[in-house]
Design a protein around this ligand. Structure first.
Ligand SMILES: *C/C=C(C)/C=C/C=C(C)/C=C/C1=C(C)CCCC1(C)C
Length: 243
């Protein structure tokens, strides 16, 4: 009974000036549309690329489900759905690390590279969650630790062993790797910015507060859908070369 009332509430009362709620709705639809696109395109790819495109679809699909809950949560409580946000990330960010591994496999990437990136991303997200939700009084410290893990990921893909494998693979794979690297350097950098807008620390006097959900929602759309499209394009191009 209680759930029913809540649902009625959500569908009837959305403030027309609630632009944050708007980005939750658009995010939800964009993630759903992207998932349909990736899943329905699967049959056109051969086995080598199918897994990569499938993972792209899983990333946007997992996000779509979380956005469905997050937009409800926001509409009812008018506060950041931090818990759902981090559950989404802890599933999707490691999958993005898997994508790096999958496209570099042709150049001989080992599972150890994948686990290293996954491990770093988990450290980045767990410490971020501590700062944002568990120990908000020490948000700057936890954010700093999280930022270090993020920095190591950036180093690994831009200059470390992942980069060497991409160069060894060459061609379309190197091109795609480079674009994904830019996503991680620029697109992912929106998240620490959002974090600083949503927590208190030395940065608060400079940046002010608010807008954290808009930052996260925009970043998610860019990174999850954009990332998937890079993989999709790589699969299409690699297939053309073969035909
Ligand atoms: C689809 C979701 C993605 C790509 C999420 C990425 C999240 C991050 C790169 C988060 C990074 C953070 C920092 C680097 C420091 C502050 C805490 C975080 C977790 C917001």
């Amino acid at each position: 009974m209680k759930t029913m009332l809540l649902l009625i509430d959500v569908t009837t009362k959305i403030d027309p000036t609630d632009y944050i709620g708007f980005t939750f709705f658009v995010g939800c639809m964009a993630m759903m549309a992207a998932s349909a696109f990736f899943f329905l395109s699967l049959s056109q790819f051969d086995r080598k690329w199918r897994t990569s495109v499938l993972v792209s679809g899983l990333i946007t699909f997992i996000a779509a489900v979380h956005y469905f809950y997050m937009r409800d949560y926001w509409a009812v409580n008018m506060e950041s759905p931090t818990f759902f946000r981090y559950v989404d990330w802890i599933l999707t960010v490691p999958l993005m690390c898997v994508e790096f591994y999958l496209i570099l496999k042709v150049a001989g990437a080992k599972p150890s590279l994948m686990w290293k990136l996954i491990g770093l991303s988990v450290i980045m997200l767990v410490t971020g969650y501590f700062g944002e939700a568990v120990y908000p009084g020490q948000a700057a410290v936890w954010g700093g630790i999280s930022g270090l893990a993020y920095f190591v990921i950036v180093y690994e893909i831009w200059l470390g062993s992942a980069k060497k494998l991409a160069v060894a693979a060459g061609g379309e794979i190197l091109k795609a790797h480079k674009i994904l690297c830019w996503f991680v350097l620029v697109g992912w950098a929106i998240y620490p910015l959002g974090y600083m807008l949503g927590t208190d620390g030395w940065y608060t006097s400079i940046l002010g507060t608010g807008g954290v959900d808009v930052a996260y929602n925009i970043a998610d759309a860019i990174n999850k859908i954009g990332f998937g499209l890079v993989i999709y394009t790589l699969a299409v191009k690699s297939q053309d070369v073969k035909a």
